[in-house]
Design a protein around this ligand. Structure first.
Ligand code: DLL
Length: 431
């Protein structure tokens, strides 16, 4: 088994707690002294830096949310002099105003090391050709995996997103072995590779896919179509970017780089910490960052943490697949619906991962329609046949969701493909 930073990835619980406590104490003191916005929040809660000595004291600190980042935009949470920061990255702003994050050179090094851990866990080494088609620029996906690949010493192909034909040509010509992109773009690439008849010209062995929710069924589909092992990778701009956690060969969740980020699970409604093993909202405290060390930052992502022994040998706590964001969970006629549940049903019924969910309100009642693309094989022009297929999908979705959506089968290739994060939900309701 290979590791990038063995001492931390395999640390005993005791050693890890010692590292975390020392770094946490130092960070809390530093933000209290250097960030007026943070000091005001702590003063309001009546907590002093001396009250926080170990991860068990974290609950005393105030929670921080995207709203705080917006209020403090752009420089209000910067914890070093502006001259010491060397990089800005930003979220895509799909859920409102952009938020920006800052990095010192040391922050970038640590972030890239986290991505390097992910690449090594996916079987990467200096012998590999790493094809990165996450976007480069303000988005963290491209720069993060690019830097991680350099740290591993792999030959790095900085493709960025878009121009699928050129992506495939370069992938074939340069014998890329590890593909890094969103799972929805990987699905589009797989579809195009098969259509172009060049499946036997690719040398991929692994994929490192993240930045959006995807299901176990989608994993199996990508693994079969591309002939690879597909690994999940998680992260968010506010905490650094990709590599906050990463999957290993066991593929049962993502190891959190907890020597840099301490994870907690809270009740998304009350904000109270939940016991280990509960499903809830993931919260991170950055304990080694210089420029932008957010403490108790609410991710809105829903998952479960587990300390079960992992066959890869890593002792880093694992987070489950993200089942959705608390803010993109749909409430349809009072029922909670996660788009990932719909994806699971569609793929297990043999449909491709090309779908769109349209929620609306008609005569004061919520409606939900799932548009599903047919494949050339399932494409049928007899009305009776289509009605039968739609009926089967409605009943499979009803038993998963507890409500009956409308299902519409649409022609192959009629749903727009994504090059980055896929837009799966269109919510037309006005609240
Ligand atoms: O998406 C960072 C990233 C880039 C992660 C490349 C992995 C690979 P943001 O644009 O700030 O950053 O979006 C962060 O994306 O809070 C999750 O809701 C979602 N997300 C990220 N990774 C995963 C994943 C990047 N593996 C938001 N599974 C996060 C599910 C994910 N959701």
């Amino acid at each position: 088994m290979n590791y990038y930073q063995r001492d931390m990835e395999l640390a005993s619980r005791e050693d890890m707690l010692a590292v975390q406590s020392e770094r946490l104490e130092r960070t809390v003191r530093r933000v209290y002294e250097n960030v007026p916005y943070y000091r005001a929040l702590m003063d309001e809660k009546g907590v002093k830096p001396a009250d926080v000595k170990t991860p068990a004291d974290l609950y005393k600190l105030p929670l921080l949310s995207k709203e705080d980042l917006r209020k403090a935009y752009p420089y209000g949470l910067l914890a070093v002099p502006r001259a010491d920061a060397v990089r800005i990255q930003s979220t895509s702003g799909t859920t409102g105003k952009r938020v920006v994050a800052f990095y010192t050179q040391r922050d970038i090094d640590i972030w890239e090391e986290c991505c390097a851990r992910a690449i090594v866990a996916a079987g990467g080494s200096r012998e590999d050709v790493v094809h990165v088609c996450y976007g480069y620029g303000l988005f963290t996906g491209g720069p993060g995996l690019n830097g991680g690949s350099h740290k591993v010493g792999s030959l790095t192909l900085p493709m960025s997103s878009g121009n699928t034909e050129r992506q495939i040509q370069m992938m074939c010509d340069l014998s890329a072995t590890i593909l890094c992109c969103t799972p929805s773009y990987a699905a589009f690439l797989a579809e195009s590779i098969i259509e172009q008849g060049v499946r036997d010209q690719i040398s991929l062995k692994a994929g490192i896919f993240g930045a959006e929710t995807w299901s176990e069924e989608m994993r199996r589909d990508l693994e079969t179509r591309l002939g690879i092992k597909a690994y999940d990778i998680y992260g968010l701009t506010e905490i650094s970017g990709p590599g906050v956690s990463f999957e290993c060969s066991e593929q049962t969740g993502m190891h959190i780089n907890e020597d840099h980020f301490i994870a907690e699970i809270i009740d998304p409604k009350s904000g109270d910490p939940l016991p280990e093993g509960s499903r809830g909202e993931l919260v991170f405290s950055c304990i080694s960052k210089e420029a932008f060390p957010l403490l108790r930052y609410r991710t809105r992502d829903i998952c479960v943490l587990s300390r079960e022994k992992c066959s890869c040998g890593r002792t880093l706590v694992k987070m489950s697949r993200v089942t959705g964001r608390s803010d993109d969970m749909l409430i349809v006629r009072g029922v909670n619906v996660f788009p990932s549940q719909i994806e699971t049903v569609l793929l297990s019924c043999g449909y491709p991962p090309n779908y769109q969910i349209i929620v609306d309100r008609v005569n004061y009642s919520d409606t939900i329609e799932v548009q599903v693309e047919m494949t050339q094989e399932t494409f049928s022009d007899t009305v009776k046949d289509m009605a039968r297929q739609e009926g089967e999908l409605v009943s499979a979705l009803r038993s998963m969701l507890g409500i009956s959506p409308k299902v519409t089968l649409v022609a192959p290739r009629s749903i727009a493909r994504s090059e980055g994060k896929a837009v799966r939900v269109i919510d037309r309701r006005k609240f």
